[in-house]
Design a binder for this molecule. Structure first.
Ligand SMILES: [Zn+2]
Length: 430
């Protein structure tokens, strides 16, 4: 039995767990070498395809962009013998001062049935955090092989890797046996609030999950924190800031008290963090603000701490700091909270996949050097929470996700395509 030794080191303020797993001792078969040769003959095509994908803006709110991208992917997967369908999600209602419901583009489900006894769920997301008005819009390929672009690692690169791995298998006749579903959703970057039920339904019908989110410093993620989100809306009373100040109830001031109380819930020792990422209130300098709202991110090591955070936020929301005896019902505080991604715990079946990927990556020439515990989320957490062992981080190795510093390398694009092809082939053979 393999034993894992966890050591903690601090890199760029991120706590990373690396374990001393010896990569699985493995060799490449003749047909696996052919998969590698297939990829090696197509470096420039794969890079050109990545540019096409990155250059289509798919910010979560860009429904037209996501529709175009989904149609392109559906065409490519159909050409590989997959039956494709789209699945829609209802708009997500939002608690806030001037916010409309969030519209979600349709998701793509592509499947094919074969004789393999392992049913594989291959999972990724089409959306990125970059809106169509963002300055960061297209792929740049630098002379040293650095790739910069919106979603290059998170996760257009992962989708291109997955597609080309499937093409390599198809070219060798290795897809025939596959029992596989490819699920590409369009709302991962806002927490998969619309696609969660679809992920859970499909996860329960499969045996192994593979997620093509990126990795970091060639460390793959072994376990992850859970994620939650909360919104607060404060309703006060508008009044002239000079002539009738005492007739007003400031929503901004009440929200300020609430935020200070909520931010105190962060507890690094217990791996619990709270971040008020967005807050707004009022419209005019010379009016007592009548409405204020906030959008808050929650991270936690297990469901218990997640529920504790939600309860604490509800308790803070139910107390009032401000008071105006003329308007005893104000300020009115409303709260909404959801734990949208369960924590992803260590899992023996996933560890076996990681060990296999590590061993193969050494043979391919870009070694995965270890594993880490991540504060970030993936849809693999949702799938694993309903019983599907799911390995993530199979996409591009990258840096700077969710910022204009996002980058990866051509080397990683090619190496991970080879790795994905062999990992998929081995699962299909089971
Ligand atoms: Zn992602």
């Amino acid at each position: 039995m393999r034993s894992f030794v966890i050591s903690l080191l601090l890199v760029s303020n991120i706590t990373i767990a690396t374990d001393e797993v010896t990569p699985l001792d493995t060799t490449l078969s003749e047909s696996e070498q052919k998969l590698i040769d297939w990829v090696d003959a197509r470096h420039s095509d794969i890079l050109a395809e990545l540019k096409t994908h990155v250059d289509i803006n798919t910010g979560t709110a860009n429904i037209a962009g996501l529709n175009d991208y989904r149609e392109l992917l559906a065409k490519d997967l159909s050409a590989l013998g997959f039956d494709t369908k789209t699945v829609s999600s209802d708009p997500i209602p939002v608690l806030g001062c001037q916010i409309e419901d969030v519209q979600i583009a349709d998701h793509l489900v592509a499947s094919r049935q074969g004789t393999s006894s392992k049913r594989l769920l291959v999972n990724g997301h089409m959306d990125t955090v970059f809106s169509k008005n963002d300055e960061f819009q297209s792929l740049q390929v630098l002379e040293d092989g650095t790739l910069k672009g919106p979603g290059v690692a998170d996760m257009k690169g992962g989708i291109v890797i997955m597609l080309n791995a499937l093409r390599a298998l198809h070219a060798q006749g290795l897809l025939q046996k596959a029992n596989m579903t490819v699920l590409l959703n369009s709302d991962e970057e806002i927490g998969s609030l619309g696609s969660r039920a679809l992920i859970e339904e499909l996860a329960q019908k499969h045996d192994v999950g593979l997620v093509f989110e990126g990795s970091y410093q060639n460390l793959v993620t072994r376990a992850r924190k859970g994620l939650g989100q909360a919104r607060l809306k404060i309703t006060g009373r508008e009044a002239h800031a000079g002539g009738a100040h005492q007739e007003g109830v400031s929503a901004n001031l009440e929200l300020a008290h609430k935020i200070i109380a909520i931010e105190k819930l962060t507890d690094y020792q217990r791996k619990m963090t709270v971040n008020t990422g967005v807050m707004s209130g009022g419209e005019k300098r010379n009016t007592v603000p009548g409405c204020a709202d906030a959008y808050i991110d929650l991270r936690f090591p297990s469901e218990k701490e997640g529920e504790e955070l939600v309860e604490s936020i509800r308790a803070i929301a139910s107390s009032k700091t401000m008071a105006n005896s003329k308007f005893p019902d104000l300020p009115k505080v409303e709260a909404w909270a959801v734990l949208h991604r369960p924590a992803k715990e260590e899992n023996a079946a996933v560890d076996a996949l990681i060990s296999e990927a590590m061993g193969l990556s050494v043979l391919i020439g870009e070694p995965i050097v270890g594993t880490r515990y991540s504060g970030g989320g993936t849809d693999g957490s949702i799938a694993q929470a309903v019983g599907l062992p799911t390995m993530d981080s199979l996409g591009m190795d990258g840096l700077g996700a969710h910022s204009t510093r996002e980058e990866s390398t051509v080397k990683s694009l090619i190496a991970r395509t080879k790795l994905a092809a062999i990992m998929l082939a081995r699962q299909i053979e089971k």
